[in-house]
Structure formats: structure tokens, C-alpha cells
Ligand binder design. Structure first.
Ligand code: C2E
Ligand code: MG
Ligand code: MG
Ligand code: MG
Length: 285
């Protein structure tokens, strides 16, 4: 699929482009203005720790408030941003914004909240990636151990030596890494064991197949047990039902993220959500 396999994604979007080249070009032009015009916004989706029932952190998810088309989701414009290279400046804006909110969360009484940011394939392979991220976190003066970067297997495995070097450099600054959409790609956790990855996120397709396919259960069990044997934590994403939650709890999944608890929401709503829970949102480590 697109994000996971760059080869096939370009074929896929080329096909799309033949259908609606004009549409794509306009979207790209609009996106160029979006960054300057303050039309991009981060939404935040809580991640719940199953052992403590606390909000462990949030995933930062990009939204575009398009002047005519309303709120546009990332599945629609990230591919365009990726194609045009705009994902690079957009991605740095996302990290800057996440760092600002990270600071703010401590000020409003939620220190210790982890902020997870997605890095796309092209962004990860930007030559200035590590130094730019270094500059952003240095300027923001944040606790880097609360910043987590999410990468897919294809981004990490495209050039394993490069990935290893970048992850180690950033990890030395305190930044941690999560493997996103796990289970959908081609690599196995053993391929990744030399990388400083502290978390895997089970792709929502497996979670949502629970109860419908016995394979999904087996795959989830296997991922959790292998991850734990490598001292890697597990987040299940796309949890929508109590049944899914109970299964994951039984399997000792560490954290869950999904509509069952909360949808991605604007910053002001997140603050309300945290206040309403009326408890310390941070895990005391
Ligand atoms: P992702 O990183 O795998 O993010 C999880 C997606 O699952 C989000 O979709 C989230 O809204 C959705 N989700 C969470 N819980 C549930 C649930 O219970 N049910 C269902 N059906 N969906 C759920 P979203 O926000 O549309 O983002 C889609 C993808 O776009 C992300 O997948 C990520 O790959 C990419 N993306 C989002 N923000 C950024 C960004 O700032 N930079 C980059 N490079 N990519 C981003
Ligand atoms: Mg993600
Ligand atoms: Mg994911
Ligand atoms: Mg995904």
C-alpha cells in the first residue's frame, strides 16, 4: 500500500493522476499556500495505558482546513505532499508544533505526556533530517524523552544502514521511535532488532478483524509476545469496541488508541478531555 511501499505508491498515484491531473495540481498548489496561510492544524488522539488506565500520550495527526473544501484528512493530501516534496517543510512544521504543545502540556499540569509524530518516507530520507530535528528540539527546549517519532517498516528498511545511523543519532538525544502500522509490511521484528525501537503499533486492520478472523487473533498474539521478548512495548490502534479492548487486555497489550476511548481532536478539546478525566495524565516513571 501507498505509505508502505514507495514503488507501488508512485504507480498508484500516477494512475490517479491520469484520471484527475488538474485536481492533483490544484491540490498541490493549494497545499503550498496552506503552510503559509495557517491552514494546517494538528489534532491529538490520546493513547491509554492499559495497566494504569492513564493517558500515556497523544499521537499528533495532521488536518488541513481548506478554505473551500473544509477539513481534509491526511490520507488525501499526504500522498500529494509526498510526491511534490512539500512533505519535508510540512513535516518540520508538524514537529515544531508538537514541541510547542509538549511545552504547553507541562505548563497546564500534564508533564510526562508523550507526543508522537509521524514521519513519512520522503521526510525521513531528507538529507537534513537529523540536523533539522535537532535544531527544532533544541530551540523548543523540550524534554526529548517525551518526543516519539513513528515510522513505517518501509521507511526503515529502504536503506537499513541510513536508518540505523539516523535512529541512533536521534535516540542519543533522547528521542524514541515507534514502528507504525506493524504487521502490514514485509519485514519481521527480527529485522529491526538492531534498531533503537521502543514501541510497535499494531495496524488497525488486525484489531478490526478481531472476532471476524482467527488469523487476526494469532497475529496479534504473536506480535505482542515477540515484541515483549525484545523489550518493546505494544500499542494497538483502531480500537473501537469493548470486545477488542478486552482481547488486547488479556494479551497484555501495553496501550491502546482508538475511537473507543477518543477520536483525534483539536488541542482545546484535548485539554478538556484531560481535565475531565480528573486524574494525573502522566505515568510516573
Ligand atoms: P497512522 O499514523 O496509522 O494514524 C492512525 C490513523 O488511524 C489516524 O488516521 C487515526 O485518526 C485513525 N484512527 C485512530 N483510531 C481509530 C479507530 O478507532 N477507528 C478508525 N477507523 N480509525 C482510527 P488519520 O488521522 O486520518 O491519519 C491517516 C494517516 O496519515 C496516519 O496513519 C499517518 O500515516 C498519516 N499522517 C497523519 N498525520 C501525519 C503527519 O503529520 N505527517 C505524516 N508524514 N503523516 C501523517
Ligand atoms: Mg502513526
Ligand atoms: Mg498507524
Ligand atoms: Mg495507518
Amino acid at each position: 500500500e501507498a505509505k508502505r511501499d514507495p514503488g507501488s505508491s508512485y504507480r498508484f498515484y500516477d494512475r490517479q493522476l491520469h484520471i484527475s491531473a488538474g485536481y492533483q495540481l490544484r491540490l498541490e498548489a493549494d497545499l503550498r499556500n496552506a503552510l503559509r496561510g495557517n491552514e494546517l492544524e494538528l489534532y491529538y488522539q490520546p493513547r491509554i495505558d492499559l495497566a494504569t488506565n492513564e493517558v500515556r500520550g497523544v499521537e499528533c495527526l495532521l488536518r488541513w482546513n481548506h478554505p473551500e473544501r473544509g477539513l481534509v484528512g491526511p490520507d488525501e493530501f499526504i500522498p500529494v505532499a509526498e510526491r511534490s516534496g512539500l512533505i519535508v517543510p510540512i513535516g518540520y512544521w508538524v514537529i515544531e508544533q508538537a514541541c510547542k504543545r509538549l511545552q504547553e502540556s507541562a505548563e497546564i499540569g500534564y508533564p510526562g505526556l508523550v507526543f508522537a509524530v509521524n514521519l513519512s518516507f520522503r521526510q525521513f530520507h531528507d538529507r537534513k533530517m537529523t540536523e533539522t530535528i535537532f535544531r527544532i528540539i533544541f530551540n523548543a527546549n523540550v524534554d526529548t524523552s517525551l518526543l516519539e517519532l513513528e515510522l513505517t517498516e518501509s521507511a526503515m528498511m529502504h536503506d537499513p544502514e541510513y536508518a540505523q545511523r539516523c535512529l541512533r543519532e536521534l535516540n542519543q538525544l533522547g528521542v524514541s521511535f515507534a514502528l507504525d502500522d506493524f504487521g502490514t509490511g514485509y519485514s519481521s521484528l527480527s529485522n529491526l532488532q538492531h534498531l533503537p525501537i521502543s514501541l510497535v503499533k499494531i495496524d488497525k486492520s488486525f484489531v478490526q478483524a478481531l472476532g471476524k478472523s482467527a488469523d487476526a487473533e494469532h497475529i496479534i498474539r504473536a506480535i505482542i509476545s515477540l515484541a515483549h521478548s525484545l523489550q518493546i512495548s505494544v500499542v494497538a490502534e483502531g480500537v473501537e469496541t469493548e470486545g477488542q479492548l478486552e482481547f488486547l487486555r488479556q494479551q497484555h497489550c501495553d496501550e491502546i488508541q482508538g475511537y473507543y476511548y477518543a477520536r483525534p481532536m483539536p488541542w482545546a478539546d484535548l485539554v478538556q478531555f484531560l481535565n475531565k478525566r480528573g486524574e494525573s495524565a502522566c505515568l510516573q516513571l
